[in-house]
Design a protein around this ligand. Structure first.
Ligand code: GLY
Ligand code: MN
Ligand code: MN
Length: 439
């Protein structure tokens, strides 16, 4: 649901942070997949965050200072193209609908930008993001420099606009939280659906199809990333996504899949037995990962810093690895030596939002009084909590554990009193999984 006020508010907030100068934020280009076929179009997250506008070939410009204004550049209305490709707003309707002060045809970008950039002290732009846009912006600067003798000055200070917007994107407004809750609900329903479909001898891609079915049926526009549907040993390949193997009786199935709803990602991992019943060894490792996740989620509150959930998960996992005879020595020694990395080699989460690995710093560069400078968790931040354990065949590992790969991932919103697990409706306890699979 579009909310003009929400997006205007964000532009005003960015303007305040800029103080002076001009910000230029283009959206993403359309990408050709092969010959005449395009990849499904996805707007740039920064551009979308500030506009709510989904059409390609668009640029938003913010002018700070006394004559502050918000300007949108977009495609012209074009009946011929609209017959083939569908509706386009055109400048006038886009200005009206999306609440801009001015809107122009994208074809006027060079002419208007030259005027807007002249005599400005500062340019905010994502230098280095796109060679084509770098060249275009440099071109405008050089054209203006050539007019120096007629008294024109160019911005001599270029800052990365993303740094300002990253900090805004990190705090999800109630409007964003509502979309993320819905995105999480759709993905959770898809996991619950897949768990009921899985049976020995099915193919991984058949399960992937159940996800796509549920995502689209519930109104999500796309998977948020390529789904990982990894049976047995495939689960020990962290970014496995071939999804083309048979699901064997006695194996676990790890699925990392989430959807994108109105730009916002959900990101859930569940692991369950293909035949509906955990073996003793699988259950031992599963309960360990689940306990480490519970310990991590318990740390998600405004009283803690970013790394507290990771530290808590690691503490539980390392003790478990020692108990299961996967690691030797004391907890401190295993932590110090890093031996646990044979089985747990990734971090426990990341920010989540318009991008799956969302914008925002993890360390607080200003404050020096926290361990390692990790930033404090604050209300409105959304993060994933996703510990795991991946046991490849190795001489130092009891055979019963070989090829067990488990990850459990939920999406968590930091609230005033602790946290809200947005993905809580996706089943994850051993009895709940086994009960659901009986049906
Ligand atoms: N699905 C990507 C991740 O879990 O980080
Ligand atoms: Mn994740
Ligand atoms: Mn994931």
């Amino acid at each position: 649901m579009f909310n003009q006020n929400e997006f205007q508010q964000r532009r005003r907030q960015l303007l305040k942070k800029m103080g002076a100068g001009v910000a230029i934020i283009p959206t993403a280009p359309e990408l050709i997949r092969n010959r005449d076929s395009h990849y499904p179009y996805r707007f740039d997250s920064y551009f979308y965050y500030l506009t709510g506008f989904k059409e390609p070939e668009s640029v938003v410009v913010l002018v700070a200072g006394e004559q502050a204004k918000f300007i949108l550049f977009c495609r012209d209305k074009d009946m011929e193209r609209e017959i083939w490709d569908g509706f386009r707003y055109g400048a006038d309707a886009a200005r009206e609908t999306f609440g801009f002060d001015e809107a122009y045809s994208i074809n006027e970008l060079d002419a208007v930008l030259l005027k807007l950039l002249a005599n400005q002290p500062k340019l905010y732009f994502s230098l280095g993001e796109s060679a084509a846009w770098d060249a275009r912006v440099t071109g405008w600067m050089n054209t203006l420099r050539a007019q120096a003798r007629s008294g024109v000055s160019v911005p001599d200070d270029i800052s990365d606009v993303r740094k300002l917007v990253d900090e805004m994107r990190l705090y999800k407004s109630p409007f964003e939280q509502a979309i993320m809750r819905q995105s999480a609900n759709i993905a959770a329903a898809a996991h619950n659906r897949a768990i009921q479909f899985a049976k020995p001898n099915m193919m991984e891609y058949e399960i992937e199809a159940e996800f796509l079915h549920e995502f689209y049926r519930k109104g999500a526009q796309a998977p948020a990333y390529t789904s990982i549907v990894a049976g047995g040993a495939n689960a020990c390949t962290l970014h496995y996504n071939a999804n083309n193997c048979v699901l064997n009786d006695g194996d676990l199935l790890l699925i990392d899949a989430g959807c994108e709803l109105d730009g916002y990602a959900s990101d859930i991992t569940r692991t369950f037995p293909v035949n509906g019943k955990f073996s003793a060894a699988q259950k031992e490792v599963y309960e360990l990962v689940l306990a480490s996740q519970a310990a991590a989620i318990a740390q998600v509150s405004t009283a803690n810093h970013w790394n507290a959930p990771h530290d808590a998960a690691l503490d539980v996992l390392i003790q478990g690895f020692i108990d299961l005879k996967l690691c030797k020595g004391s907890k401190d020694a295993v932590l110090e030596s890093g031996d646990y990395r044979q089985f747990y080699m990734h971090r426990t989460g990341h920010w989540l939002g318009l991008d799956v690995h969302d914008a925002g710093e993890y360390k607080d560069t200003k404050s020096k009084d926290k361990p390692d400078n990790w930033r404090m968790l604050e209300q409105g931040m959304v993060l994933t909590v996703e510990p795991g354990c991946y046991i490849r065949p190795a001489d130092n590992v009891p055979k019963a554990f070989w090829n067990i790969g488990i990850r459990i991932e939920d999406d968590v919103l930091v609230t005033q009193n602790g946290c809200e697990v947005l993905t809580a409706s996706a089943v994850k306890s051993v009895p709940d999984i086994e009960a659901l699979m009986k049906h």
